[in-house]
Design a protein around this ligand. Structure first.
Ligand SMILES: Cc1cc2nc3c(=O)[nH]c(=O)nc-3n(C[C@H](O)[C@H](O)[C@H](O)COP(=O)(O)O)c2cc1C
Length: 141
């Protein structure tokens, strides 16, 4: 599943989408963020987590070893399911340099509205990962 990440030397990134477990509450999201930020800090990882309509979208970046360690934890976490990997690979420059894990939700910015206002009523699957990243970067100011 994460073979491309294992090939990376140096900095890597991982982008996925998942569905929150039914029982997930706002408090659970806070718990996730608290431990995420703690570990990300320790491992030098940065990124962004967006939550909208019961779905998570997350971009994680950092040194390969730590990144794989955390991605394995995340893939195994039963607080979400139907995890779809959108993209992974090597990275030259971090996109979320200043964020141990930025969090946004629909109140802050809506991915679906952003897709709609980007002029395309649908985003082609081929362009989907790129569009999600562009959205995450656009709100991380
Ligand atoms: C949607 C989602 C995003 C997560 N993001 C991170 C993350 O960026 N970094 C991290 O260390 N853990 C993240 N986690 C939590 C890990 O899956 C794992 O539960 C946690 O790291 C365990 O650490 P703890 O024992 O300190 O709670 C995430 C979990 C979920 C459900």
């Amino acid at each position: 599943m994460i073979n491309e990440l294992r090939e990376v030397n140096g900095l890597g990134y991982f982008l996925y989408r998942s569905t929150a477990a039914q029982r997930l509450s706002g408090g659970d999201t806070q718990d996730i963020l608290r431990s995420a930020r703690h570990r990300n800090q320790a491992l030098g990882l940065t990124g962004c987590l967006h939550f909208e309509d019961g779905m998570f979208f997350q971009w994680l970046e950092g040194p390969k070893e730590g990144l794989i360690q955390v991605v394995e934890l995340i893939l195994d976490d039963d607080r979400h399911e139907d995890i779809t990997i959108l993209d992974q690979g090597a990275l030259d420059v971090r996109r979320f340099q200043d964020w141990r894990m930025r969090f946004s939700d629909k109140d802050r910015a809506s991915l679906m509205d952003w897709f709609a206002s980007s002029g395309k009523s649908t985003v082609r699957p081929k362009d989907y990962a790129g569009a999600v990243v562009a959205f995450l970067v656009s709100i991380a100011i």
